[in-house]
Design a protein around this ligand. Structure first.
Ligand SMILES: [Zn+2]
Ligand SMILES: [Zn+2]
Length: 638
């Protein structure tokens, strides 16, 4: 008999000679049909693996995230088989599952997306036949003999340290593989090839160029459709495309990776920073500004010169070496260290919207998401040990207020002491407990990443979730035991003794540029009224009404609205359409009736129109909507 322990702690006895599938069937036939693999004593293996002795078993069903990886890697085998059927000279290398699907690197004639249909059709034959995946273990020499005509596989086998090698076969196709795999090809309910690109064997440009064919697979057609819809939506929202279409920013060869902001882009930028300053002032922060270029000796003191130099831009001035700051911290430390501090002065919350430069490889640059020059909405908080919990809680509340204003949800992750770290056990305990206490007091669930903190202290990362459900790490709260030490920072406590302050670095937007990019995609370019570069456009219905419309425009502009007058001799329909394409939240049409009655026809971006709105009502509604930074677009719904 064999005792099987389930994840909930239940133990069940089985006859000898059972497999994972038998365990699944003991629960129900229906459940077994949805099982993909199992974790046998925490190790993922095939469902048909024999369970020879007492073990812990967790069945992996189509609902588990890891099941998707198993499915997609299996789909990579199926794709490789199809390619070999269609391209006799193709030689296989490797085919892993990746974030959103899988790929296989194949040495073969170049293929294009036009070839996908026939490869997919060939794959579907295998899928329809529900061919089982079978694992078999052979010796290294057997494997070498089996793959004598496959140079890449031979190379990989010869490098393996193991004496035996596992192979997976389905139909006429066998691949070197650790597994596990889905029970049979029929589990692939939806598959699609996505793109093809070149790749070098071993990512080495001197080696053979391969075709990397990407695909994705799902357990249902519906999930594939949703994924394709998501991609479509993400493409529409792409901030680089919208950045050009809405005239917000551009990049130029003269400064690769360093964005140029246009007037409309800066208008949004200023909204972001005005709002940021308002919240930070309210939360008791002071603002500072430190130079962009600082002497090498400072960077040596802070440790950046030794640890970060390859990412720093340097310059020689008066035969002295200077570096452009990649972080704001050392400047902030100098400011704190300028004068003595008493325990009564703490906490000090010193913020800085600092422009930093980091040299990134040109291959990783990506619109506003990955740049070489950006602004961090930094702040350094200096405090006493007894203030940790309250201060961190304050930051969490500020984080919540700011993200909520943009309609962004978020989740929190706490990272604790890594293996390599500075500081004493006592310091780590004090600071980690402080962060935990703040998180508990804040009350939202959080994830703990054991050992994932920085070497100089524990941290809380904030991951926001955008309108498409994508998550982005933006905010971070990092405790730092290193910088106060390096800069010998201190304060005088109640007993007149010198103490080292506790210091955190924290950002909320993170990189303002990147946050801007995320917001463009989150709002799909349709910014809420308070952020819109042009809030109101006035459309006179004929040339005679232009001067009246302009008077109204000046009145609105003086009241604080950002306005535009479209006085082109175009049809009203065309002007309305253009204003909608420009995502202008409030479109005012002005005809004779409106002129006579001193009123406006207001069209909002959601397509609603209201006639006969008085100037006073319009201003009052628009201004209070802006003041409260509301997100809805239909502010004139009766
Ligand atoms: Zn495999
Ligand atoms: Zn810092």
């Amino acid at each position: 008999m064999v005792n099987i322990t389930f994840p909930d702690g239940n133990i069940k006895r089985f006859e000898d000679g059972l497999t994972g599938l038998d365990v699944a069937k003991s629960i129900s036939e229906g459940f077994a049909r949805n099982c993909v693999a199992m974790a046998l004593n925490s190790k993922p293996v095939d469902l048909n693996t024999m369970i020879a002795e007492d073990a812990e078993v967790r069945l992996i069903t189509t609902k588990d995230p890891e099941a998707l990886h198993i499915l997609r890697h299996s789909a990579a085998h199926v794709m490789a088989q199809a390619v070999l059927h269609l391209y006799k000279d193709a030689k296989l290398t490797i085919g892993p599952s990746v974030e959103d699907g899988f790929y296989y690197d194949i040495d073969m004639e170049p293929v294009s997306e036009e070839d996908f249909d026939k490869i997919e059709a060939e794959m579907k034959k295998a899928i329809k036949a529900k061919i089982p995946f079978e694992r078999r273990v052979v010796s290294k020499s057997e494997a070498m003999a089996l793959y004598k005509d496959e140079p890449y596989k031979l190379e990989m086998i010869s490098e393996l340290q193991d004496e035996t090698i596992s192979l997976y076969q389905h139909g006429d196709f066998t691949d070197l593989c650790r597994g596990p795999h889905i029970p049979h090809t029929g589990f692939i309910k939806a598959v699609k090839l996505m793109k093809v690109s070149g790749a070098y064997w071993r990512a080495d440009q001197t080696k053979a160029q391969l075709q990397r064919i990407y695909g994705t697979a799902f357990f249902s057609k519906k999930e594939l459709d949703e994924y394709l819809h998501f991609l479509e939506e993400a493409k529409k929202r792409n901030h680089r495309k919208l950045g050009i279409a809405l005239d917000l920013f551009s990049f130029h060869d003269e400064a690769p990776g360093m964005p140029f902001f246009h007037p409309k882009g800066i208008s949004i930028w200023n909204c972001l920073l005005d709002y940021w300053r308002e919240e930070h002032t309210r939360a008791g922060y002071v603002e500072t500004k430190t130079p962009i270029m600082l002497n090498r000796s400072l960077w040596e003191k802070s440790g950046h010169w030794d640890n970060y130099r390859e990412n720093m831009y340097t310059s020689l001035v008066d035969e002295q070496e200077y570096a452009i700051k990649p972080m704001n911290c050392p400047g902030g430390m100098l400011l704190y260290g300028m004068k003595p501090h008493s325990y009564k002065d703490l906490p000090i919350r010193a913020a800085e919207i600092g422009l930093v430069h980091r040299h990134e490889l040109s291959g990783v640059l990506s619109g506003l998401f990955r740049v070489r020059a950006f602004h961090q909405d930094d702040a350094h908080i200096f405090m006493r040990p007894d203030q940790i919990e309250k201060e961190i809680l304050g930051v969490l509340k500020l984080v919540n207020r700011i993200y909520s204003t943009f309609g962004l949800g978020f989740h929190l992750e706490l990272s604790t002491r890594p293996e390599k770290s500075i500081g004493t056990d006592q310091q780590w305990q004090l600071t980690t407990e402080g962060l935990k206490a703040a998180l508990d007091a804040y009350g939202q669930d959080y994830k703990i990443n054991e050992g994932d903190g920085a070497f100089y202290g524990p941290k809380i990362d904030v991951h926001i979730k955008d309108a498409l459900g994508r998550t982005w790490q933006c905010g971070t709260i990092q405790l730092d035991m290193s910088q106060p030490e390096r800069f010998n920072l201190s304060y005088i406590d109640q007993n007149n003794e010198k103490q080292r302050p506790i210091m955190i670095h924290r950002v909320i937007y993170g990189s303002v540029e990147r946050f801007f990019g995320i917001l463009i995609e989150h709002f799909a370019g349709k910014f809420p009224l308070w952020m819109a570069p042009v809030q109101v456009v006035l459309l006179p219905i004929n040339d005679d009404l232009v001067s009246h419309a302009n008077e109204v425009r000046i009145m609105l502009e003086r009241a604080g609205l950002r306005t535009e007058l479209d006085d082109r001799t175009e049809s009203l329909n065309k002007k309305v359409r253009d204003a909608q394409l420009g995502n202008i939240p409030l479109i005012l049409t002005i005809g004779d009736k409106e002129k006579k009655s001193e009123s406006l026809s207001v069209r909002t971006l959601d397509g609603n129109v209201r006639f006969g709105v008085s100037h006073e009502e319009f201003l009052e509604k628009a201004l209070s909507h802006i003041r409260e930074r509301k997100l809805d677009l239909n502010l004139f719904l009766a």
